[in-house]
Ligand binder design. Structure first.
Ligand code: AMP
Ligand code: MG
Length: 332
C-alpha cells in the first residue's frame, strides 16, 4: 500500500514537472517585425492567444499609417484624446527624452518621412528639406492634456523607437496574469526574459554581431528586457553608402556616433527600448558618460571598430565570441 502511495506521489511530481516544462510557442508579424514568444507551463496556449490579440490591438493604436490609430488621430489633430496604453507609452517616451537631453525624441516623424522610412521609398533628402522638417522636431512640442496630448509647431509622433519594448512588457504582464512563470519574448530584437528557463537557469540572450556573424556577446537575464538598436536592423543604400533608421534629432541625419549597436538591459522594457535608441544617437563618448551616471541600467555597445564596451552587473555573466575585443566600462 505504502509503495503504491509513493508511486502515485512520484507520478504526480513527474506530471507536474512535465506541465511546468510544457512549451507553447507563437510567431506573428506585427508592428512591422517578426515576433516570437515561447511560454512554458500550464495555460500557455490561452496566454499566447490573449497576448497576440493585445499585440495586434497595440499595433492598431500606435501605427501612424492607420487612420484608426491614436497616433494618426493625434498627428492629424483629429482628437487630442488617447487610449490609456498610448498615453502611457507617450508619457514614458517624454520622460526618456528629458533624461537623454532629447537624443530620444518621438517627434522625429517628419524626418523619418523625408528619408522614406514611412512609405518605404527610400531616398537621401536635400539639406534644405531636412532643415525644414527639423523645425517641428522637439519633444517639448508635446503637451499632456487630460487623457491625451496636444501637439504644437506641426509636431508629429513616431513611436517606433519605444513601441516594441512597451509591447513586450504588456506581453509579459498578460503571461504572468495567466499563470505563466517562464517565457522568452522576442519582439523583433526587443527581448524580454521572463522568469528563468524551465531547467532553472536564467535565460541566455545573445547579442548579434552587426556584420551578421554568429553573435558578438551573450549574457544571462531574468525578469528583464534586453533591447538592441543597431545600424544593421533597417537601412537602405544609395551610391554605395548605407543610411540607417536611427535619426539624430539635432541634425536630421542618421546618427553617426561611431556605434554599430547598443543593447540596454533593464527591468522596464519600454525604458530599455528608448534608451538603446538614445545611446545610439548620443554616440560613443556621450553614451559612455551617460552609462557612468546611470548605474541602474546595463548596456553593451559595439563600436564601429567592433570593440564591445560593456557595463553590466556580475549576475549577467557576460561572455564574448572568440576574437572579440571587449572593454569593461568603469562606473561611478
Ligand atoms: P529602435 O530600433 O528602437 O532604435 O528605433 C528606431 C525607430 O525609432 C525608427 O525606425 C523610428 O521609427 C524611430 N526613431 C528614429 N530615430 C529616433 C530618435 N532619435 N528618437 C526616437 N525615435 C526614433
Ligand atoms: Mg528603441
Amino acid at each position: 500500500m505504502k509503495k503504491i502511495g509513493i508511486f502515485i506521489l512520484l507520478l504526480c511530481l513527474l506530471l507536474c514537472g512535465c506541465a511546468e516544462r510544457k512549451k507553447t510557442s507563437r510567431s506573428l508579424f506585427c508592428m512591422d517585425t517578426v515576433m516570437s514568444i515561447e511560454a512554458y507551463g500550464k495555460n500557455g496556449a490561452e496566454a499566447l492567444d490573449e497576448a497576440e490579440k493585445e499585440l495586434k490591438r497595440l499595433e492598431k493604436l500606435f501605427d501612424r499609417n492607420n487612420r484608426e490609430s491614436d497616433v494618426y488621430k493625434l498627428n492629424n489633430r483629429i482628437t487630442d484624446k488617447a487610449e490609456p496604453e498610448t498615453e502611457e507609452v507617450i508619457d514614458k517616451a517624454l520622460s526618456a527624452a528629458a533624461d537623454t537631453d532629447g537624443a530620444f525624441d518621438i517627434t522625429v516623424a517628419p524626418v523619418m518621412d523625408l528619408w522614406g522610412f514611412y512609405d518605404k521609398h527610400y531616398r537621401v533628402p536635400d539639406d534644405e528639406s531636412i532643415k525644414n522638417a527639423l523645425k517641428s522636431v522637439d519633444y517639448r512640442n508635446v503637451f499632456k492634456s487630460g487623457n491625451g496630448f496636444v501637439l504644437t509647431n506641426n509636431a508629429k509622433l513616431d513611436l517606433g523607437g519605444i513601441a516594441k519594448g512597451y509591447a513586450s512588457s504588456v506581453t509579459a504582464d498578460i503571461l504572468h496574469r495567466k499563470g505563466v512563470k517562464s517565457a522568452m519574448i522576442n519582439l523583433g530584437g526587443n527581448v524580454y526574459a521572463m522568469g528563468k528557463q524551465p531547467n532553472g537557469k536564467k535565460w541566455h540572450v545573445a547579442i548579434a554581431d552587426p556584420d551578421g556573424g554568429s553573435y558578438a556577446a551573450a549574457l544571462y537575464a531574468e525578469n528583464e528586457a534586453v533591447v538592441t538598436s543597431g545600424d544593421y536592423q533597417r537601412y537602405f543604400e544609395e551610391n554605395g553608402k548605407k543610411y540607417h533608421h536611427i535619426i539624430n534629432p539635432e541634425t536630421g541625419y542618421p546618427a553617426n556616433g561611431k556605434i554599430r549597436s547598443v543593447t540596454v538591459i533593464c527591468a522596464d522594457a519600454a525604458r530599455a527600448d528608448a534608451y538603446s535608441t538614445a545611446l545610439f544617437v548620443m554616440g560613443m563618448d556621450k553614451a559612455k558618460d551617460f552609462l557612468r551616471k546611470h548605474t541602474d541600467i546595463g548596456a553593451v555597445i559595439i563600436s564601429d571598430d567592433k570593440t564591445v564596451y560593456y557595463a553590466v552587473s556580475q549576475e549577467h555573466e557576460i561572455s564574448f565570441s572568440d576574437g572579440v575585443r571587449a572593454v569593461k566600462l568603469e562606473r561611478e
